[in-house]
Design a protein around this ligand. Structure first.
Ligand code: SF4
Ligand code: SF4
Length: 275
């Protein structure tokens, strides 16, 4: 069995439908400018690497809709853990096939305090996902996928195996609706396409730190309001006015308010806009 088929079959067995491969040379052909610095390239981190294998796991829309909440916080931790476990398993599988490989941790920072000082990790799974043909950047600075819009998290394996790259998605999936920009509680996003729209990462990190102190980080607001993704139809939430209007959607607002009332200390943000 060729390595690519083995990876796909193993991912299928692990319940992972979102997987793509990118030859590491793709990092040397920037898709846009500014691009990630060379020190962030796979071969700068693991010089023997020939291919990046990227997997994605979704966060479920009705859970994200309660964000910020303990429910989303717990799901986020589960998905991160699964990504770390599954990329480690894939790297080990490739090692067993004779191709030295490593997995990159999902969240490459020790604490939110570190992110406040330097809100960047040593490797960008988002750029790897785009280069592996899994999605395109949106104005919320997240990678949008056809299946789940930005409600997906990515993990990466760097391997010495040479595997054919998946085709890039040529047309942006972002509709430029600006819902993410309107919804951001700290105005951290700009009305420009990525990478012109650089998130105010410090403002975002400070909000995340405040939410973390209340046991309800991450924020998740710009992720839940994005209209892109087949999950919207699947969960019967095609209309994003659901977040800004109450009326006929009252039962959803009541459900979100209920979830947010438990498991977190929300005193500091009790006057926060509800999205
Ligand atoms: S995560 Fe929250 S604070 Fe950060 S950009 Fe998105 S909406 Fe704004
Ligand atoms: S909410 Fe709209 S502007 Fe923002 S990333 Fe999604 S599609 Fe693009």
């Amino acid at each position: 069995m060729i390595i690519r088929d083995l990876i796909i079959r193993t991912c299928t067995d692990m319940g992972i439908s979102c997987v793509g491969c990118a030859d590491v040379s793709r990092w040397e052909q920037p898709l846009f400018s500014p691009w990630v610095p060379e020190s962030f390239y796979p071969t700068s981190i693991y010089p023997e690497a020939r291919t990046a294998v990227v997997i994605g796991l979704p966060v479920h829309l009705p859970v994200v809709e309660t964000a910020p909440s303990i429910w989303y916080r717990e799901e986020y931790k589960v998905v991160n853990s699964l990504l770390d476990q599954n990329t480690w398993r894939l790297a080990t599988l490739l090692n067993d096939q004779g191709f030295p490989s490593v997995s990159i941790p999902r969240d490459g920072y020790g604490s939110i305090n570190v992110l406040q000082k330097n809100p960047v990790a040593f490797f960008s799974h988002r750029h790897a996902a785009v280069l592996a043909g899994l999605g395109t950047f949106g104005r919320n600075n997240m990678v949008l996928t056809r299946a789940w819009g930005p409600r997906v998290r990515f993990g990466t394996v760097l391997t010495t195996a040479r595997i054919d790259s998946d085709p890039l998605i040529e047309t942006s999936l972002c509709t430029r609706c600006n819902a993410c920009i309107r919804a951001c509680p700290v105005q951290a996003l700009e009305e420009e396409d990525y990478p012109e729209s650089t998130t105010n990462k410090k403002a975002c990190a400070y909000r995340s730190a405040a939410l973390n102190a209340e046991y309800r980080s991450p924020c998740g607001v710009c992720i839940k309001v994005c209209p892109v993704g087949a999950d919207r139809e699947f969960y019967d939430r095609p209309d994003i006015r659901i977040y800004e209007e109450n009326g006929s959607w009252n039962r959803y607002h009541k459900a979100w308010a209920h979830v947010r009332s438990y498991g977190s200390d929300t005193k500091a943000h009790s006057d926060e806009r509800e999205f």
